[in-house]
Design a protein around this ligand. Structure first.
Ligand code: ADP
Length: 262
């Protein structure tokens, strides 16, 4: 495997899960958004999370990088483990967990006054104090990876929504995360722009990036996912391969959901 900065970490074949989540719980006031979530993510695998709106999918992702702080449960990513039930969780622990993953949101608020290249380098240079020239070299490589090498010196307003999302992916990769989190990365895009973003995500999966993706793109899940989690009401109702969960679900709840969106 190449050791260029844009490659995922090489993983020993017999190492355990990259991500382990146990007993994750989160409430907003009286709203028990996550009740007790358990799952694992193997290194180099793609997990797709599906389920109705409000079922807690985004909150799971945001808990993985501590954008939302869970009330209880354990999250381990790589060699960083945080037990949220054991207060107080320190800022240092949160920062260590957050450094494990890069997150791609529905839409990216790129800095309008910075070029594409500067948008990609701003994360590593600011967050980890990396050398500007080195960060720029890596950023150009990442822009090539997302098919935007020729846009390095463009400004965000000169890009389509799909291109902006691909810059967002490059920016998330730039901090060299072990895990990539995608929160409905195509749902704010015009339909004709969805394909180019999914295509970049497929490339990343093929290169061995470990990814957790919240999406309604069921075809993407069928083609790319190793594991599908179906969530409803703050619990993981079904968990298995795409064939198990998407083609032959075992619960009425999953059947009804899939019937509605397919
Ligand atoms: P999904 O991604 O499946 O649509 P979310 O995780 O976004 O679900 O939201 C689950 C529930 O948590 C919803 O009822 C939502 O209103 C609530 N929620 C999410 N974030 C917050 C927040 N910051 N404050 C209050 N309620 C929230």
């Amino acid at each position: 495997m190449s050791t260029t900065p844009v490659s995922p970490d090489p993983v020993a074949p017999q190492s355990g899960p990259l991500v382990t989540v146990r007993g994750l719980a989160k409430s907003f006031g009286d709203n028990h958004v996550l009740r007790s979530i358990d799952f694992e993510v193997a290194p180099g695998s793609v997990t797709v999370v599906v389920g109705p709106s409000g079922s807690g999918k985004t909150t799971v992702l945001r808990s993985l990088n501590a954008l939302d702080v869970p009330d209880a449960g354990v999250v381990r990513i790589g060699d960083v483990e945080v037990d949220f039930g054991r207060a107080p969780v320190t800022k240092k622990q949160v920062a260590a967990l957050r450094a494990q993953s890069g997150m791609v949101f529905q839409s990216h608020h790129l800095f309008p006054h910075l070029t594409v290249l500067q948008n990609v380098t701003s994360g590593p240079v600011l967050a980890s104090g990396r050398d500007q020239a080195q960060a720029a070299t890596e950023a150009r490589e990442l822009l090539r990876l997302v098919g935007l090498a020729e846009k390095a010196d463009a400004y965000p307003y000169q890009l389509s929504g799909g291109q902006q999302q691909r810059v967002g992916i490059a920016r998330a990769l730039a901090v060299r995360p072990k895990l990539m989190l995608f929160d409905e990365p195509t749902s704010a895009l015009d339909p004709e722009l969805v394909g180019e973003v999914l295509s970049v995500m497929k490339d990343l999966a093929a290169q061995g990036w470990t990814m957790v993706v919240v999406t309604h793109e069921i075809r993407f899940a069928q083609q790319v996912a190793d594991q599908v989690l179906f969530m409803d009401g703050g619990v993981v109702v079904e968990r298995g391969t795409p064939a198990q969960v998407l083609t032959d679900p075992s619960t009425d709840r999953a059947r009804q959901f899939l019937h509605r969106i397919l």
